[in-house]
Design a protein around this ligand. Structure first.
Ligand SMILES: *Cc1c(COP(=O)(O)O)cnc(C)c1O
Length: 232
């Protein structure tokens, strides 16, 4: 199992590097977050052994458990799924980046929880870039006013935007969604409050991370492509 996971990781890294060079970008500017939500503990350990230390979970309870299980391994945990306010206080001390800040209410709750723990937390605003009624996140035209409000928070630091493609198995549609997210970010830069950063674009999953990199992703969130063939 160890070598299968290491092979998968190597293969994904090669694909990341190829997509980066196709678009004239430095592969080291792209962070791979391994999404472990369906992976076994043994596979996660193999991934850590192979040097992949950015791990993402979409469910807070699972993140809590695994943060304990893999404590002292140098893991940087990424919260990539919807977060409820009653889970914020317990989650914040464990994470290095929240990708899924999807409402002003949750942003305020994060800021408050972090204030109590006297630290800061980096977060991305999740944007419903495909305008899918079944998806969460800020509508594209809600992001600019949200940034103005969030600029006043002292502990929550916005670092960029996150989105999912509307149809992840359709590379053409996914590319259009990712391009829209990058263009939105570029437009927002013109009037961006100084305390808000917009450098990070978290977009791209197993089925579309190469397209996302070609469109400017700085963070890709890859699950199944890393764990295929694992004997859990
Ligand atoms: C599950 C998940 C991923 C990874 O999906 P794969 O298709 O397995 O690579 C990425 N982002 C989010 C928000 C997810 O929930």
């Amino acid at each position: 199992m160890t070598s299968k996971i290491a092979d998968n990781l190597n293969h994904v890294r090669v694909r990341i590097a190829a997509a980066a060079s196709r678009s004239g970008r430095d592969p080291s500017a792209i962070t791979l977050v391994a999404v472990t939500k369906y992976a076994s503990s043994g596979s996660i350990a193999a991934l850590i052994d192979a040097g992949c230390l950015d791990l993402g979970e979409s469910r807070p309870q699972q993140l809590w458990q695994r943060a304990v299980e893999f404590a002292d391994r140098g893991v940087r945990w990424h919260m990539i799924g919807h977060l409820q306010r009653n889970k914020v206080a317990r989650t914040m001390p464990l994470v290095s980046l929240v990708h899924s800040c999807d409402s002003l209410r949750i942003a305020a709750a994060i800021d408050q929880a972090v204030e109590q723990a006297s630290q800061q937390v980096d977060a991305l605003l999740e944007v419903n870039i495909s305008a899918d009624p079944a998806k969460g996140g800020f509508a594209a035209d809600e992001v600019a006013p949200a940034l103005d409000q969030l600029a006043g928070l002292s502990r929550l630091r916005i670092r960029g935007l996150m989105a999912m493609a509307g149809k992840p198995d359709d590379a053409v549609a996914a590319r259009a969604d990712f391009r829209r997210l990058r263009e939105l970010r570029d437009q927002l830069r013109a009037n961006c409050p100084p305390s808000v950063g917009l450098d990070e674009l978290s977009m791209g999953m197993s089925g579309d991370f190469e397209v996302a990199i070609e469109e400017g992703a700085t963070i890709v969130r890859v699950g199944s492509a890393l764990f295929e063939g694992e004997d859990a």
